[in-house]
Design a protein around this ligand. Structure first.
Ligand SMILES: CCCCCCCC/C=C\CCCCCCCC(=O)N[C@@H](CC(N)=O)C(=O)O
Ligand SMILES: [Zn+2]
Ligand SMILES: [Zn+2]
Length: 513
């Protein structure tokens, strides 16, 4: 009797696991053709001429070192280069293309559509880059834009001049092929994304003053963001395109301790530096709690699960049971761990004046990137508990809460167009079709300044990266593949094209499912 009950329970349990694995999580085969077939054959080439122009763009040392500390001479040169290179568009299509200088160095191209009933859309990219760090660690000098058979190496290739160049080239091609579009759209090229927001805020302000109708709302906004990952999961051959539907918040907290001075020959048990060091150590070694399953990362996992092989598919289909194991695996790599929790990085520290004076003060700044299920207040509170030392005083230097989560899924028109354009751009790989999933953008973007313009904010860069290469972002040897540049051109071209349908409506989309 006992064994019979055990067998019944076990079989029931197994059935639930298998049901979820093979019935609930099945691949979504819905293919949506967002545009007429004629355009599908239109392919842009990343040819020698485009390569050379891109290299010139990369050679400007448009470095943002810190707030109010930028290489403005190079930024100005880069801006002028962009203006000159695309000047033809303004001249040739002066009836509907305009260029606006914003916040002195940022640019906004507006392309007036024929049909003012259609809500406009906006692409955004930035021309500034972070410093290259120790250039001896680079394979090629970071501003030479060295090109080999496969890659172009330079600071800013992926973040974010690759996006900037491919969207501008796609615009040029679109106008040359089709002339005036139906739907109005804008391309924003900012100059201080890495350190501030004056470019994006100036653009947001300018746009909010425009008489669009639609309550000043954009159909969607697309900014740099999450990418296409290769080999993200064991045994998975399909690339995963992650559309960032939300962006983490960011808080910078300074922890400071002030004590009386003294002679270094008679130190007390702990100095200001020692006390601060222990607090920093506690913050680093105590992770903020995992929020796995409470943000867009859950949808990423649900989207990928049907494509995984047994037994991983079974594990991922049953997060209710294996959640803790998945959290443990995610925590093994910085890139995956960042998806499931608020991250902690101690980014600066200072203290002490002279070798024989006990330090009177010491301070450290901690940067947290806040998961959508957390908040600034919650993180401050967690830290207070973790540090558990009243001698340290905290000061919030800056704080922005996580962004709202933009709507996504089959029934959301702009998300759907984006998803299908990604598939369209990758359609030649039939062996391992691309998987498109929503996800969480772990870094900050200019789109933060555009929140009042649209509820549909997406962050995506159409470039393939291996997960082991993620540390090239803001790191050494940043690079981009020639093939990615080619795909970027086609992605933006088709995205502009796919957004020109007049009868786009959620009803129409739904009927196609
Ligand atoms: C199952 C595997 C999933 C692995 C997911 C990892 C996905 C990571 C993909 C892309 C990460 C891209 C992060 C780059 C951030 C670029 C933006 C940036 O640098 N922003 C700055 C400035 C700012 N506006 O805040 C920043 O400090 O974040
Ligand atoms: Zn960027
Ligand atoms: Zn960046």
């Amino acid at each position: 009797m006992f064994w019979t009950i055990i067998v019944i329970i076990f079989s029931g349990f197994l059935s639930i696991l298998l049901y979820r694995t093979y019935v609930v999580f099945t691949p979504d085969k819905a293919i949506f053709q967002p545009c007429s077939s004629s355009i599908d054959n239109h392919s842009l080439q990343f040819d020698q001429h485009r390569l050379q122009t891109f290299q010139k763009l990369l050679q400007f040392q448009t470095i943002s070192y810190g707030r109010n500390k930028q290489n403005l001479i190079e930024i100005k040169k880069c801006r002028d280069f962009i203006k000159a290179h695309y000047d033809d568009l303004i001249k040739k299509y002066s009836k509907f293309v305009e260029l606006h200088d914003i916040a002195e160095y940022s640019l906004l191209y507006s392309i007036q559509g024929k049909n003012s009933n259609l809500k406009p859309f906006l692409f955004s990219a930035h021309m500034d880059v972070v410093p290259a760090g120790n250039i001896n660690r680079w394979k090629y000098p970071p501003f030479d834009a060295h090109s080999d058979e496969e890659f172009i190496y330079a600071r800013g290739t992926l973040d974010d001049k690759g996006n900037l160049f491919t969207m501008m080239e796609a615009l040029k091609e679109y106008l040359n092929v089709y002339g005036q579009p139906l739907r109005t759209f804008y391309i924003a090229l900012t100059h201080d994304e890495e350190v501030g927001k004056s470019g994006a805020m100036g653009i947001a302000h300018y746009l909010s003053q425009q008489p669009f109708g639609h309550n000043g709302q954009f159909e969607f906004i697309l900014d740099e963001g999450t990418i296409i990952l290769e080999e993200a999961f064991p045994t998975l051959k399909n690339p995963i395109a992650i559309i960032g539907v939300a962006e983490k918040g960011s808080i910078n907290i300074e922890y400071r301790i002030d004590v009386a001075p003294g002679h270094s020959s008679m130190p007390s048990a702990s100095t200001a530096i020692g006390i601060l060091a222990r607090a920093v150590d506690k913050l680093e070694s105590t992770l903020q709690p995992s929020q796995f399953g409470r943000g867009p990362e859950l949808s990423l996992f649900h989207g990928v699960t049907p494509y995984l092989k047994f037994p991983l598919r079974l594990v991922m289909s049953n997060i209710w049971l294996f959640g803790p194991v998945i959290q443990l695996v995610l925590s093994r790599k910085p890139g995956t761990d960042a998806m499931q929790r608020t991250s902690t990085a101690v980014t600066s520290i200072s203290g002490g004046e002279k070798e024989n004076i006990l330090p009177t003060s010491a301070s450290a700044t901690v940067n947290h990137r806040i998961h959508t299920a957390d908040s600034c207040r919650k993180i401050l509170e967690n830290n207070r508990r973790i540090i558990n030392d009243d001698r340290l005083v905290s000061h919030i230097k800056s704080c922005s809460e996580p962004s709202p989560i933009s709507p996504y899924g089959k029934h959301i028109y702009p998300y759907r167009i984006l998803e299908q354009t990604i598939r369209q751009t990758f359609e030649n790989d039939h062996h391992h079709p691309i998987i498109v999933v929503p996800g969480l953008m772990v870094g900050g973007t200019d789109s933060r300044s555009y929140t009042n313009l649209s509820k549909n904010l997406y962050r995506f860069s159409p470039f393939v990266y291996h997960h082991n290469d993620l540390n090239r972002l803001h790191g050494d040897n940043e690079r981009i593949r020639h093939s990615d540049m080619q795909r970027g051109l086609n992605f933006y071209f088709h995205l502009i094209r796919n957004n020109q349908l007049v009868n786009i409506s959620e009803t129409k989309l739904n009927s196609e499912l």
